[in-house]
Design a protein around this ligand. Structure first.
Ligand code: AMP
Ligand code: MG
Length: 502
C-alpha cells in the first residue's frame, strides 16, 4: 500500500466508498460461483458490532442506515462488491464427505483497511450451487449464537472470525419448528478452510491446489514463500496457529462442537459457530453438540481432533510438499510445541503462578481431576480462586472456592499444593489477583445466556441480546449491572440441548 492509499484507508468510509479489492474473486472460476443472493424480504437490523464495523473502517453512523440493512440482507449490492460462493470439500466426523462449499454463504468481497484485508460474508442469504439439500437460510436463533460468540471470543483474545451485524425478517424457515430467517454478516481476512485444499487434492487438480497455496502464502504466510518447501512451511505455520487457537479453547473451556475439516480456518481462526458451548459444570468428556453421539468433538478430544485435521490438510498438500516425512514433521513438531507451551502458560496465568515451571503440569492435571470429580463450574472456579489469599487467615477465606466443590478434603489438598507453589515464587496477593482477573473471565457466553437472549429476540425484544453483547465485550471486568450473566445455569437450563440445526 502506498502512503496515500494508507491515508485513504484510515479515513472512515461510507458504505458506498468501502475500498473493495476482491482477491479471491480473481482466482479462476473453478474456485467459486458468481451469483446474486436471494436476499431477505422486509429486513430490519437486529444488532451490529461497532468494533467489527471499525475494523472495516466504516463510519459509525453507517450502521443505522437502511442501505446498510439492505446490503447485509443481500437485497442490494455495494459498489465494488463481486458476490460469490466458494467451493470446498471436507471430512465430517472423521469421514470423507466430498464436495460441500458455501451452501448458504455469500462473499460480498474483500475490503482493504488499515488493519489488513477483511472479507465480508453473508450467512443465510439464500441457496447457492453448493446448498445440496439445504434451504440456504439461517434462523435468528443460530445467527444470534454466531454473532454473540464471535464477538465474545474476540473480547477474550481468542483468534476468531468476527460478526458485523444480524439482519432479521419475518420470513419463515422450517427447522425442528417454524422459525424466522436472519442473515449474519461475518468478517475474516479469509474464509479459506482446510477443506478448500482437500477439495482440489481429492479431485487430483494439482494446478488449482498450487494456485490456492500460492494465494494463501502470498497473502497470509509471506515468510513461507522463500522457504525451501513453501507448502511445508505454510503447513508448519498453520499448525502453530491451530495449536495456539486450540490451547486457548481448552484454557477458557470453549467447545466448538463441529470440528470438521471444512470448519477449520487456514488462518487458525475459530470458524463456523454452530452447536458450540462453554463449559459450565466441568466434565472432561463433555459433548456440547447433541448430534455428536460418539463424542468425537468432546472437550477432551479437541486437541487431538485439531491435530487429526492438520493431518488431513497435510495429506491434501502432499502433491506440493512431496515428502511424507517433511509433511509429518511440519505438523507434529510445531503443533506439539505450540500447544504444550501455550496451554501450560495459559493455565499458569489462570492459576496466578507467573512463569511456568517444570512441575506445573502436575498441579494442572490434578486440578482437572478435581474439577471433573466435583463437576465444578469451570468459569466460577478460576474467577473465585483469584480472590483467595496466598496465606489464609480465617477458615472462611477459602469459602469462595470450597463452596463450589462437594469433596472439601480434596479441595483443601489441592489448595495446599497450589499455595506451596505460590509461596515458592508468585506475586503478592493484590498483584496476583489483578493478574488472575485479567485472564480468568467473569463472563462467558454460557448456553443459558444465549438462550435467554434468543427467546426474547424471537418475541421481538432485542434488549437482552444487546445487554449480553455489551457484557461480553468486557469479559474480565466486574460489571455490577450484568452480575446475572455470571451465574451458572439455572434449573430451567439444565436440559438445554444444541444440535447442528441452524
Ligand atoms: P456446517 O457443518 O454447519 O458448517 O455446514 C456443512 C455444510 O452444509 C456447508 O457446506 C454448509 O454451507 C452447508 N449448510 C448448512 N446449513 C445449510 C443450509 N441451511 N442451506 C444450505 N447449506 C447449508
Ligand atoms: Mg461450516
Amino acid at each position: 500500500m502506498t502512503d496515500s492509499q494508507a491515508r485513504q484507508a484510515d479515513r472512515p468510509h461510507r458504505l458506498e466508498t468501502l475500498p473493495f479489492d476482491n482477491s479471491f474473486a480473481r482466482l479462476p472460476q473453478e474456485f467459486h460461483t458468481r451469483l446474486a443472493p436471494w436476499g431477505l424480504p422486509d429486513p430490519h437490523l437486529v444488532i451490529a458490532s461497532d468494533e467489527a464495523a471499525a475494523l472495516l473502517g466504516l463510519h459509525a453512523g453507517e450502521l443505522d442506515r437502511p442501505e446498510f440493512v439492505d446490503a447485509l440482507a443481500g437485497n442490494s449490492t455495494l459498489p465494488g462488491s463481486e458476490i460469490l460462493s466458494a467451493v470446498y470439500s471436507g471430512h465430517q466426523f472423521g469421514h470423507w464427505a466430498g464436495q460441500l462449499g458455501d451452501g448458504r454463504a455469500h462473499l460480498l468481497g474483500e475490503v482493504r483497511t488499515a488493519s489488513g484485508p477483511w472479507e465480508i460474508q453473508l450467512k443465510g442469504a439464500g441457496r447457492t450451487p453448493y446448498s445440496r439439500m439445504g434451504d440456504g437460510r439461517a434462523v435468528l436463533r443460530s445467527s444470534i449464537r454466531e454473532f454473540l460468540c464471535s464477538e465474545a471470543m474476540a473480547a477474550l483474545g481468542i483468534p476468531t472470525t468476527r460478526a458485523l451485524a444480524i439482519v432479521g425478517s419475518s420470513h419463515p424457515v422450517q427447522r425442528e419448528e417454524r422459525e424466522t430467517a436472519a442473515v449474519c454478516a461475518r468478517l475474516a481476512p479469509s474464509f479459506v478452510r482446510f477443506g478448500s485444499f482437500e477439495h482440489w487434492a481429492a479431485n487430483q487438480r494439482e494446478n488449482e491446489l498450487r494456485m490456492l497455496a500460492d494465494y494463501v502464502i502470498e497473502r497470509f504466510y509471506p515468510e513461507a514463500r522463500d522457504a525451501a518447501n513453501p507448502a511445508a512451511a505454510m503447513l508448519a505455520e498453520v499448525s502453530r496457529r491451530t495449536a495456539a487457537m486450540t490451547a486457548r479453547w481448552q484454557a477458557v473451556g470453549f467447545m466448538h462442537g463441529v470440528m470438521n475439516t471444512d470448519n477449520m480456518s487456514i488462518l487458525g481462526l475459530t470458524l463456523d459457530y454452530g452447536p458450540f458451548g462453554f463449559m459450565d459444570a466441568f466434565d472432561a468428556g463433555h459433548i456440547c453438540n447433541h448430534t455428536d453421539r460418539g463424542g468425537r468433538y468432546s472437550y477432551r478430544n479437541q486437541p487431538h481432533v485439531a491435530h487429526w485435521n492438520l493431518h488431513a490438510l497435510g495429506h491434501a498438500l502432499m502433491p506440493l510438499i512431496g515428502d511424507e516425512a517433511a509433511m509429518r514433521e511440519a505438523i507434529d513438531r510445531n503443533y506439539a510445541e505450540v500447544y504444550n507451551r501455550d496451554f501450560v502458560e495459559l493455565m499458569c496465568a489462570k492459576l496466578g503462578l507467573g512463569d511456568a515451571r517444570e512441575d506445573d503440569d502436575v498441579l494442572i492435571s490434578r486440578l482437572y481431576g478435581l474439577l471433573d470429580a466435583n463437576h465444578t463450574d469451570y468459569t466460577l472456579f478460576f474467577r473465585n480462586l483469584g480472590v483467595l489469599p496466598a496465606a489464609p487467615r480465617t477458615p472462611t477465606d477459602d469459602a469462595p472456592v470450597r463452596d463450589l466443590l462437594i469433596d472439601r478434603a480434596a479441595c483443601d489438598a489441592w489448595l495446599a499444593e497450589w499455595r506451596a507453589r505460590l509461596h515458592s515464587g508468585a506475586p503478592a496477593d493484590a498483584e496476583r489477583q489483578r493478574a488472575m482477573n485479567a485472564v480468568n473471565p467473569k463472563y462467558v457466553l454460557r448456553n443459558w445466556i444465549a438462550e435467554t437472549a434468543i427467546r426474547a429476540a424471537r418475541q421481538g425484544d432485542y434488549s437482552e441480546l444487546h445487554a449480553v453483547h455489551q457484557c461480553l465485550k468486557k469479559p474480565f471486568d466486574e460489571q455490577p449491572g450484568h452480575q446475572r450473566f455470571a451465574a451458572p445455569p439455572p434449573d430451567w437450563a439444565e436440559g438445554l440441548e444444541v444440535s447442528c440445526s441452524s
